[in-house]
Design a protein around this ligand. Structure first.
Ligand code: PFF
Length: 453
């Protein structure tokens, strides 16, 4: 059912910005710093980089190439390349992952929207850490208000997607991503020039191996996949709009470089400030919503910097959320002939309904656990980030390495530049052996450790 005159990005730059926009999100700015904080700072950063190179990048390249060469959504892409085989299930795994991610993503997206408005109206003026904690807890435990903000975040996402590829997604990224870059640079400069900032810089850059356990590896893999938007079919979808003349390894180099730099910069914007004011780095998810408002309150012109930070977080969340919604929108358009409007209304309603219990995990459903003490929010996150993304990443890489073949991947990735992936023999080995083996090992350990909890 796919249409063959597929829409395209207006330029390669538009594609790269939109892909960086998808990659850089709550994962890079909210999750990465607190997971690094809990897992030994620099040591986690090193493991994360290793996972990015050995597991994230090969899957990222493969997904974009599969999308571009078939010009289809994740399910259609596999149907076209391997008709009458079950490989297309990979596409469905990705689509389910995007729905689950967007469900809990919109919970946090809603928090960031409220915090941005609060920061702009100077609500964090002179707030202490205790006050910040009680105001965050009061907010998230309210039975309705967070749901309202979650809906507002989803509506923003729907509006952008409604305008389509070039006018909606590409234009939004072209405006918001440079803004994000500027905000981040201002915040890093502010943070690293505070008195005592060195301790925070040391924390994020110096590896403390004593905090590294086997589970740190799992976290690093999950984080590498999540933060590169790999395994959800997102990059297959974005790749399907890329012109045949562009060189994919070159684009992937930029995407990986910039999104990793943003994660590191987010650490550098947060930890030096946290240490400088004597707070605890490893407090987990509330780091950004509790510690940071208190940190900003103690800085000169702190209200202004707090507003910048939460705006940055909202921008990052939105540009990722649109990429998540686009996956199922394109699937329903290509495979079932739905109009964009119909897709947006139906899919967003499903996501919102799934997302309500995630938001309520912090209020009325806070005592409701699924397995191993996970709340509904944690469960959605776990299933999507730690099970579905690696699983679909694994099948993508097995498909490319063993069924489709690395030579075809290399050929299809070249574009008009005609340039191959550098070190192509080494990459071929990594794609066929290292990436799948590592994903399987990490995945099995993760499931075992969950069952043992
Ligand atoms: N990469 C996004 C982040 O770090 O927040 C999350 C994400 C977006 C994951 C799109 C998967 C995806 F397909």
């Amino acid at each position: 059912m796919s249409n063959h005159s597929r829409e395209q990005w207006s330029s390669k730059f538009g594609f790269i910005l939109a892909s960086i926009g998808s990659a850089v999100g709550l994962g890079s700015i909210w999750k990465f710093p607190y997971i690094a904080g809990e897992n030994g700072g620099g040591a986690f950063v090193l493991l994360f980089l290793l996972c990015v190179v050995l597991m994230g990048m090969p899957v990222l390249i493969s997904e974009i190439v599969l999308g571009r060469s078939t010009q289809r959504n994740p399910v259609g892409a596999f149907r076209k390349l391997a008709p009458n085989t079950p490989w297309f299930i990979t596409g469905y795994i990705g689509i389910i992952a995007t729905l689950l991610i967007l469900a809990f993503y919109s919970t946090v997206g809603g928090w960031t929207l409220t915090y941005t408005l609060d920061a702009f109206t100077n609500s964090f003026h002179q707030i202490t850490i205790n006050e910040a904690e009680s105001s965050f807890t009061t907010f998230i435990s309210h039975p309705f208000i967070p749901i309202f903000w979650q809906a507002a975040f989803l509506i923003l996402t729907m509006i952008i997607c409604y305008f389509g590829l070039q006018k909606g997604i590409e234009r939004t990224n072209k405006i918001l991503m440079p803004l994000l870059g500027i905000l981040l640079v201002i915040l890093v400069i502010r943070s690293v020039t505070l008195p005592g900032a060195m301790e925070g810089i040391h924390f994020i850059l110096y590896p403390d191996w004593s905090k590294v356990t086997v589970s740190t590896f799992f976290e690093a893999l999950g984080m590498a996949f999540f933060s590169l938007s790999v395994g959800a079919g997102c990059m297959v979808t974005y790749g399907s709009f890329l012109s045949k003349k562009e060189n994919i390894p070159n684009a992937v180099g930029n995407i990986v470089l910039f999104s990793t730099l943003v994660s590191l910069a987010a650490g550098l914007a947060i930890f030096p400030a946290v240490f400088s004011l004597g707070y605890e780095p490893g407090i987990g998810p509330p780091l950004v919503f509790i510690t940071l408002p208190a940190v900003f309150a103690q800085m000169p012109a702190g209200g202004f910097f707090a507003a910048l930070f939460f705006l940055l977080l909202t921008v990052a969340a939105l540009t990722s959320a649109i990429s998540l919604l686009e996956v199922s929108l394109r699937y329903t358009e290509d495979e079932h002939g739905w109009t964009r409007k119909k897709g947006i209304m139906i899919i967003s309603t499903v996501i919102f309904l799934l997302g309500i219990p995630a938001t309520l995990s912090y209020s009325s459903l806070s005592d409701f656990y699924t397995v191993s003490g996970l709340t509904i929010f944690d469960t959605l996150d776990f299933i999507a980030s730690n099970v579905l993304l690696p699983l679909s990443g694994l099948t993508v890489i097995l498909f490319v390495g063993w069924k489709w073949g690395v030579p075809l991947l290399l050929k299809e990735s070249r574009g008009d530049l005609g340039k191959d992936l550098p070190f192509k023999t080494a990459w071929a080995f990594v794609i066929r052996w290292i990436t799948p083996l590592l994903i399987v090992v990490v995945f099995l350990f993760q499931i075992l450790s969950l069952l043992q909890k």
